[in-house]
Design a protein around this ligand. Structure first.
Ligand code: TNX
Length: 480
């Protein structure tokens, strides 16, 4: 029985979160004073980044590390208490395999709101995940208030993938700040994504003067890369975004522009740009845009993250990070690493949670198979050979990430069902050295966490007994 927590001055926030989490599990410990055995949090700036030692003796528990390390030591402690009601005697030395342990949520297709995001951040923190990539804008909705262009949220926020008429849903800047601070206290960095120059239909509904057109299936899909005003507009937007998110990164999308860029061939402003800059085709106009935005971010002291679609434009290596998502194009990954781009591995297979996770499921994507728990767990090691890579080639891999696109995720049951338990497998794959991974052991250790999810009201896929929780129905799509 432990009675109190004492912490070095640098770790008071970690101590308080530990106290709150223990108290939620029914253990009341006092901070600083009090009676009983002590849990000590010791700040050690010399310790490896995000690493900790957990030293458990009969009369004391000590957790040492840098601030994130101590926080993760606390999570390990909480996991032991949660699963066994006890803490094991002995010492643990632990640290992450990857510095980037990410999860992406798309709130443009469907919007879930602050409480759900915080609940997700709680679970991410408990599992030592540290990067929350927040897809905030897309064709179906614009979800972040921009003061200089209020219609982005007010008009662009109207509608979802399933219903184009739902009232505007978006985060105010105050809410964004609150969520970012909540994440930061849990050592999670929030990286906003403002998708451009494609996936821009919602923004174009709000400010049609910057519309670059689209194609039949994807109307008004692009920003107009030919107009000088577009760059001023997007820079103003990105500056507001930059001021809200302390992360050194802003994700600018850059994916699937060809779904709408054919329209540029007939656009007088794009044609004029191409003549002026000597750009041979619309692909080159796209590259011109990416370079300008990357430069513009640089003036804000932010680096650009983008989907692997931008690789061909060779953005400045010191200024860019690549998210590799097209699993069917391993040559793109190889190119990214050959050119020494910092790269995040999030290939559709097995890392996209909009793909189904079991053969009995039907609502979600498939592509010569799907994304089962086992594959998420085995990622990335089992894939290197197929990509034609060896571990030695992967120096600039920052880490791994799973992405949940929400076209077919319209309520919390479906949200949880697609995320859990795959998030647990992601967490272990991102944290644990390849040699220590063992799926059988993982599956056994996962067992008590189904009970935790029950308590938290999380409707998960039950991998132990696939028929135990049936697949929630997908959305009814209302067409315009
Ligand atoms: C491709 S992944 C997209 C998303 C879709 C997703 C569905 C990526 C960079 N773009 O806009 O939601 O496929 O799987």
């Amino acid at each position: 029985r432990f009675g109190r927590i004492v912490a070095d001055a640098q770790l008071l926030a970690e101590a308080q979160l530990l106290q709150e989490s223990l108290s939620r599990m029914g253990y009341e410990l006092e901070l600083g004073k009090g009676r009983g055995k002590v849990v000590k949090l010791v700040y050690d700036p010399e310790s490896d980044e995000e690493s900790y030692e957990l030293l458990v003796k009969a009369n004391s528990i000590e957790i040492r590390g840098d601030a994130p390390g101590v926080f993760y030591g606390c999570q390990t402690l909480l996991q032991q208490v949660y699963t066994s009601g006890q803490v094991r005697l002995g010492d643990i030395e632990d640290g992450p395999r990857y510095g980037w342990r990410g999860f992406m949520l798309d709130e443009a297709r469907h919007f879930f709101g602050k409480q759900e995001v915080m609940k997700l951040l709680d679970m991410m923190a408990y599992l030592k995940l540290n990067k929350f990539h927040w897809h905030l804008t897309d064709a179906q909705g614009w979800r972040i208030e921009i003061k200089a262009y209020p219609e982005l949220a007010l008009t662009g926020g109207i509608g979802t993938h399933s219903d184009p008429y739902t009232e505007a849903q978006y985060y105010t800047q105050d809410e964004i700040r609150e969520i970012v601070a909540y994440a930061a206290a849990r050592h999670i960095e929030v990286i906003p994504e403002i998708d451009m120059p494609g996936h821009a239909s919602a923004a174009n509904r709000a400010y049609p003067e910057f519309n670059g057109g689209g194609s039949g299936q994807f109307p008004d899909f692009t920003f107009n890369v030919g107009k000088e005003g577009t760059y001023a507009y997007l820079t103003t937007i990105l500056k507001e975004v930059a001021s809200l998110f302390p992360s050194q990164y802003i994700h600018i999308g850059g994916d699937e522009v060809s779904y709408g860029s054919e329209a540029w061939k007939k656009d007088p402003d794009v044609k004029a740009l191409m003549r002026r800059e000597g750009l041979p085709d619309i692909k080159a106009a796209e590259g011109y845009f990416i370079h300008r935005i990357c430069d513009s971010l640089k003036t804000m002291d932010k680096q650009m993250i983008a989907w692997d679609d931008v690789l061909g434009f060779e953005p400045d290596r010191a200024q860019s990070v690549i998210c590799w998502w097209r699993h069917d194009r391993p040559q793109t990954l190889v190119q990214s690493l050959d050119k020494e781009y910092r790269t995040i591995l999030c290939p559709r297979k097995p890392m996209y949670y909009d793909f189904i996770q079991h053969s009995s499921h039907s609502c979600g994507r498939t592509w010569d198979g799907f994304c089962p728990l086992e594959d998420v767990y085995a990622f990335p090691d089992a894939w290197y050979e197929g990509w034609g890579l060896e571990e030695d080639d992967t120096d600039t891999v920052l880490g791994i990430q799973s992405n949940l696109w929400t076209e077919l995720v319209h309520n919390t049951d479906r949200l949880y069902f697609m995320i859990y338990p795959r998030l647990f497998a992601l967490a272990e794959a991102a944290w644990t050295e390849a040699g220590n991974k063992d799926y059988g052991s993982f599956a056994r250790r996962l067992d008590p966490y189904y009970g935790l999810m029950d308590k938290l009201g999380i409707y998960y896929f039950d991998a132990r007994e696939p028929s135990a929780h049936s697949e929630p129905a997908g959305p009814v799509i209302i067409k315009r």
